[in-house]
Design a protein around this ligand. Structure first.
Ligand code: ZN
Length: 429
């Protein structure tokens, strides 16, 4: 079994880029929402790749300040112009219907219809994604150039949807580790045919779980696939007693396009995950950006944990599969593995030789790494670890402080531990 701290996973992820795009292509056509059959079917498909425990929270259930809404399902919808021609049809794209539209079957004039039509004048060929989860409304979304060409007269609007008692679904994959302390990875799974926002997060989370499942783990990893906002709130409301076990978390969103990796810090900043993520980003080659927490975006609002920022084309038909890059998906998966590798290996050490510098060469430590290219880095790491093995600085603190790669500091600490010059402060189970 691989350990997360082996270097082997680096080759594992190269092949998963294609698998992740494959899953996204399967999920892309499904009309998802915060409840309903499309959400359930998407979770079922994720459950074919990794074991997923499903939870249904009944409509009407109170979750903190929110109430689970009626379940929304839709079979068909279209808008026909005065000549009977269908201007937009749900069958062509589920973005054409305002998500959570109440059922409608009526004839109305163009003027009566206008408040129900949405477009993006700045991007005349894109179709916007709109929702009306918590207000009774209905509408159609279309390209602005379609909207501009509508003839005056009587229109037929049909939305064959239902809003009935049902439930909100979410799925969890729990990978137990030696410790019951948990790392929570979450992604939202409520958007219909949009690729980067949210299917890229779903695909990376799915294959990250699959990769981690085959590895030896110190921490327990919990993957949550839930509708945005209310799904995360429903999970938190039902798992309040578990939340104290959570050591850190990552929210994955908009991770599949060719933009830079954007890492958004947690609300407090400086969490273990923040520090590990920043260390990984600073020591790798992909272009990146680190931004401070802001109370918009995805479920980092609910978990106060770091997530990724969103791309510019989000919530429009331009967020389709053509913008998705398998290498970026694989790069994000590798980034997450690298962050977890640090969390798994990070420990705090105490010197057993606190009086003066120990003689490293006598113990075969100096020059002990046998002519390796990183020799000087490892030797520097030995000195840094010995100096900071005070029970207050973790290996990650030391690596950050010294400007050395975490692996070098980790390897040095292991060599010093083997030589009984340092001991772990608290051997966590
Ligand atoms: Zn979104």
């Amino acid at each position: 079994m691989h350990s997360l701290t082996d270097s082997e996973p680096k080759t594992l992820v190269a092949d998963v880029g294609a698998a992740m795009t494959g899953l996204m292509e399967e999920l892309f056509p499904i009309c998802r929402s915060i409840t309903g059959a499309g959400l359930r079917e998407s979770l079922r498909q994720v459950g074919e790749v990794i074991p997923l425990q499903m939870t249904e929270v009944a409509s009407g259930t109170r979750v903190f300040d929110w109430v689970i809404p009626p379940e929304w399902n839709i079979r068909a919808a279209w808008l026909a112009d005065p000549t009977g021609r269908r201007i937009v049809d749900f069958q062509e794209s589920n973005l054409h219907v305002v998500n959570y539209s109440v059922p409608v079957r009526r004839t109305l004039t163009l003027e009566e219809l206008r408040p129900h039509l949405h477009s993006l004048p700045d991007h005349p060929s894109w179709v916007p994604y709109r929702t009306s989860y918590y207000t009774e409304d209905w509408g159609f979304c279309m390209a602005d150039r379609t909207l501009g060409s509508l003839l005056p007269g009587e229109y037929e609007a049909v939305i064959d949807s239902t809003l009935e008692a049902g439930g909100l679904s979410y799925g969890e994959c729990v990978l137990p580790g030696r410790s019951s302390e948990e790392i929570l990875v979450s992604c939202h799974i409520c958007h219909p045919s949009l690729a980067n926002d949210n299917l890229s997060g779903v695909a990376v989370a799915t294959y990250l779980a699959q990769t981690l499942a085959g590895m030896d783990r110190r921490y327990t990893y919990r993957f949550l696939f839930a509708p945005g906002t209310i799904g995360a709130i429903a999970w938190l409301a039902r798992n309040e007693k578990f939340t104290e076990r959570i050591r850190g978390g990552l929210v994955l969103a908009c991770v599949g396009d060719t933009g830079d990796i954007v890492y958004k810090r947690s609300r407090r900043g400086g969490s273990a995950v923040d520090r590990a993520a920043e260390h990984v980003l600073r020591t790798q080659e992909m272009p990146y950006e680190i931004v401070d927490f802001s109370p918009y975006g995805n479920d980092e609002r609910q978990f106060c944990s770091p997530g990724y920022d969103r791309s510019e084309r989000h919530h429009t038909s331009a967020d389709d599969m053509s913008a998705i890059n398998p290498d970026m998906l694989a790069g994000t998966l590798q980034f997450c593995l690298d962050v977890f590798e640090i969390l798994e290996a990070d420990d705090t050490f105490v010197s057993r030789n606190p009086k003066g510098e120990p003689q490293l060469s006598r113990r075969g430590l100096y020059r002990g790494f046998g002519g390796r290219a990183e020799q000087s880095q490892l030797e520097a790491a030995l000195l840094w670890v010995m100096s900071f093995a005070d029970g207050r600085h973790s290996l990650l603190d030391i690596a950050t402080h010294a400007g050395l790669p975490f692996e070098a500091v980790h390897e040095a600490a292991q060599a010093l531990e083997d030589a009984e010059l340092v001991g772990r402060k608290d051997l966590r189970p």
